[in-house]
Design a protein around this ligand. Structure first.
Ligand code: SF4
Length: 203
C-alpha cells in the first residue's frame, strides 16, 4: 500500500464507515464518555515499564507497522511466550473499556496488530487476547484464516474509501447511541433530508 493509516482507522471503519470517513477524511473529532474512558484505559495500559506477568515477559506501547496492509499503530502490550521449539512467540494484548462484543470489531483490530508483528518480526503470531474492563477479564483470540482474511478485506475497503475521500451516507443503528460523532453526523436528520428531497423529485 502507498499510504499508511492508523490502526484506529480500521477500528473506526469496522464500527461505522461513515464515522471513519468523518474522522479520517473530514477531520471531525468529538470526545464523549466512551472515548474518554477508552483513552484513559490505553494510557494506563501503555504507561507501565516492561516487566513480567506470571513469568511471561511483557513489553508495553510497542510501535507496529505493516507496509503490506498500509497500517501503523501501537500495541498496548506484547507478551513473549515460550514456543514449542524454545523460541519466544509474540502474544498481543489489547485493552478495551466495556465488554466483549458479538461483532468481530475488536478481534479484527487485534488480528491486524498480529499481522503487523508478523511482517515486522518474520514470526508467526497465532493468538492474542483482549482485556475487557467490564467484566475485568481476558478473551483469547485465535488468528485463524477467516479472521485474517476479514482483516485484509476490510483494510482494502478502508484504503479505497480514504483514497476516494468520500464520506458514506449514514446508516442509523444501535451503534449510533454510543457514537461520539452523532451531533456531527446527524444520522436521523440526513435520512429525513434524503427522504424529503426524494419526495420532491418524485413525479
Ligand atoms: S452517528 Fe451512527 S451513522 Fe453516524 S457516524 Fe456515528 S455510528 Fe455512524
Amino acid at each position: 500500500m502507498d499510504r499508511t493509516l492508523p490502526l484506529s482507522a480500521l477500528q473506526h471503519y469496522l464500527y461505522c464507515p461513515r464515522q471513519c470517513a468523518l474522522i479520517h477524511v473530514e477531520k471531525v473529532w468529538a470526545e464523549n464518555r466512551f472515548t474518554a474512558e477508552g483513552r484513559l484505559l490505553h494510557l494506563r495500559a501503555d504507561a507501565g515499564a516492561p516487566g513480567r506477568r506470571g513469568g511471561v515477559a511483557q513489553d508495553r506501547a510497542v510501535p507496529l507497522r505493516s507496509d503490506r496492509l498500509g497500517l501503523y499503530g501501537v500495541a498496548d502490550v506484547i507478551e513473549l511466550r515460550p514456543g514449542p521449539d524454545g523460541s519466544e512467540v509474540p502474544y498481543p494484548v489489547e485493552y478495551k473499556r466495556g465488554g466483549p462484543k458479538i461483532e468481530d470489531w475488536d478481534r479484527e483490530q487485534l488480528c491486524a496488530q498480529a499481522l503487523c508483528l508478523e511482517e515486522m518480526l518474520g514470526a508467526v503470531v497465532p493468538e492474542g487476547a483482549i482485556f475487557y474492563g467490564k467484566p475485568r477479564r481476558r478473551e483469547r483470540v485465535v488468528f485463524d484464516t477467516p479472521l485474517r482474511e476479514a482483516v485484509e478485506h476490510h483494510c482494502r475497503e478502508l484504503h479505497a474509501m480514504i483514497e476516494a475521500a468520500e464520506t458514506p451516507e449514514a446508516v442509523p443503528g444501535k451503534r449510533c447511541r454510543g457514537c461520539s460523532l452523532r451531533d456531527a453526523c446527524m444520522p436521523g436528520a440526513s435520512r429525513r433530508v434524503e427522504t424529503y428531497l426524494q419526495r420532491g423529485l418524485d413525479p
